[in-house]
Design a protein. Sequence first.
Length: 356
Amino acid sequence: MNTRLDRLRKAMQNAELDAVLLSSLTSIRYLSNFTSDECFVLVTKNRNLLITDFRYTIQAGEQSGDRFEIIEAAGSKQLETVRDALSKEQVERLGFEEDCVSYAQYGSLSDLGPKLIPFAKELHSLRVLKTPDEIASLQKAQALADRSFTELLTVIHSGMTEKRVAAELEYIGAKLGSEGPSFDTIVGSGPNGAMCHAVPGERKLQKGDLVVLDFGCIFNGYHSDMTRTFAVGEVDTFSKEIYDIVKTAQRKALDALRPGITGKQLDAIARDYIREQGYGECFGHSLGHGFGLLIHEAPRASANCDTVLEPGMTITVEPGIYIEGKLGVRIEDCCAVTEDGKQNFCTSTKELQYID
Ligand code: ZN
Ligand code: ZN
């Protein structure tokens, strides 16, 4: 029995679909283990087809096991193969991933015949509750990130550019076994830290800087996500005060993270504390997000997420304070919700770390 395919068929039934056509790397990987999107996956009531070209047929067979019929077809022949299968199975309502199909592709899909039904939301919700093997992969991904961070602090120093810091970090991660960065590494030094998603640039780390470092590693396709803010040499009292406020806000939210709390309530715990300290305006993003095969997945810890957190969901906890022209501080851990609370995948200390 394949749970993921069974759950997909159940979702298809609920949406009264005769078939689903998958075209995103994430959905294809989730359901078939195939690690390429140079294909279409068609799941009908009775068949699981993986249609790919000559370059990938061996890989597709090995990765998907015996659950999928592998059909070789190149280029435009792939959609012809889909069309034949749809007509053989008398498909009238076809689910598709409306969030990853271009306008041109939509035109081609519309010509297939069946009525197209948007199905991306249902596909996303299949992945919300992580299985123990997914949790294990996430834990390994984060372990790589924690080790990378520890090693990074021993090799970087003032005078290095933000770009170099990002390169060193990604190199260390790759050496340790990460399949790649989870997303473009964020390095924001000194005043650049006020840009939540600072792109590493030519600015050199200087004594007195706080540096925001947001990054992740990938293991088995699963993405980790952590942020630490560290100091270059001695920093002023104000920087330390801001750091402590963010650290306390994060701890409060982490302490409250358990099944039954909503994303909105979790967000409010950190946000209210930061507001009470007088920096409400300086925390302009939401508290966190789920993560897995994608770096951003459902649920959200945000003011407009009423989702009740359940065991098996993942969520980051990442409050921040950003002061234009001066500094930024963010601290982020990535966690899974468990029966009795949470499993925090991050082990790196949150005591302010100093480099020379
Ligand atoms: Zn992050
Ligand atoms: Zn994040």
